[in-house]
Design a protein around this ligand. Structure first.
Ligand SMILES: [Zn+2]
Ligand SMILES: [Zn+2]
Length: 341
């Protein structure tokens, strides 16, 4: 089978590999769609992982199952989460699935950007979902990114009637806009430098879209909220500037979600006095667990999220390099998906 192995952001090579053998409890899947994640195009992050067959947002069709598999059979259309927890350890019992050591170690083989991939036992039993009949494979590829946003908003504590500011309107920011609207936020305010993305956010229900190049976001929020600021701020980019902006824009008693990783050496200077007296929570939200993927599947079923609204670019697997460059440019695009025959 053909796989796309990333050596560097400008060097993705097609390589031939044997189709994985299916063992007991496992499944072999023919890949039909795989999204490119913001993380896949984060230079410092991929440098640590390369070379690898990237792609962790796959949907596909089961072609074979190993002994003992009863929930899935050839022909089933599925979403597979690339990480699955053990459900038994201390972290899992507290619902902190991404802190489970099995979650960290588990992964599909060799990755989503391959004609076929193997679903290990723990992923198959722990976080693989049947796609409802009305789902396209592209809808299925949105389960994982949507689930990351489900988790982020849950951790933010966003309640209906509250105000939310979303900094950064790539695909993950846009999903935050749609889900915050669905939650019943009183005001969804969104900021990004790219006009195309601001326009998209407006279309998804943002009440106010701001261009950071046109003036202070902090002042605009102050004016818009009569000085009360936003109860929840989602900081999309992993940049320190964006985090500092988020902390300046949050209301007293509010929550700032740090949605994206920063490089290991990055440091953020904080004023404990300000955080303390304003009781500001800083909450990181990393990836998602099996509870979140189920909720995401439900939201896609309810059409809060749909491929047509969020997937702006489709590339055939043969053009995976172009797909990657498109996602990396992060300009007039939301989700870039690679589709397989
Ligand atoms: Zn992802
Ligand atoms: Zn566990």
């Amino acid at each position: 089978m053909k796989v796309a192995r990333l050596y560097d952001s400008t060097d993705i090579r097609f390589e031939e590999e044997p189709v994985p053998q299916v063992g007991p409890g496992e499944a072999l899947v023919r890949t039909r769609a795989c999204g490119i994640c913001s993380g896949d195009v984060m230079g410092w992050y991929m440098k640590k992982k390369a070379p690898l067959v990237f792609g962790h947002e796959p949907a596909g069709e089961v072609v074979a199952v190993g002994a003992g598999v009863t929930n899935f059979k050839p022909g089933d259309r599925i979403f597979v989460h690339h990480h699955a927890p053990c459900f038994a350890c201390r972290a899992c019992q507290r619902g902190q699935f991404v802190q489970c050591s099995l979650w960290r170690a588990s992964r599909i083989v060799p990755g989503g950007m391959a004609e076929y991939f193997l679903v290990p036992k723990e992923n198959l039993s722990g976080d693989t979902l049947h796609l409802p009949a009305e789902f396209s494979f592209e809808d299925g590829s949105l389960v994982e990114p949507t689930a990351c946003v489900v988790k982020s908003l849950r951790r933010s504590g966003l309640q209906s009637g509250e105000r939310i500011l979303i900094i950064g309107l790539g695909i993950m920011g846009q999903l935050h806009v749609a889900l915050a609207r669905h939650t019943g936020a009183e005001a969804v305010i969104a900021a990004d430098f790219v006009p195309y993305r601001r326009e998209k956010a407006r279309g998804l229900g943002a009440d106010l879209v701001l261009d950071p190049a046109q003036g202070s976001i902090e002042e605009a929020i102050r004016e818009q909220t009569k000085g009360e600021m936003a109860e929840v701020v989602i900081v999309g980019p992993g940049s320190i500037d964006a985090m500092e902006l988020g902390i300046r824009c949050v209301a007293p008693g509010g929550t700032v979600v740090l949605f994206t990783a920063s490089p290991p050496e990055a440091t953020l200077a904080l004023l404990p006095y300000h955080l303390y007296f304003n009781e500001i929570r800083l909450i990181p939200s990393y990836s998602c667990g099996p509870n979140d993927t189920r909720e995401a599947l439900y939201l896609i079923r309810e059409e809060v999220v749909k491929a047509e609204k969020f997937i702006t670019h489709r590339f055939p697997f043969t053009a995976v390099q172009a797909a990657y460059q498109n996602a990396a440019q992060a300009r007039d695009s939301l989700k870039t998906v690679v589709v397989f025959p």
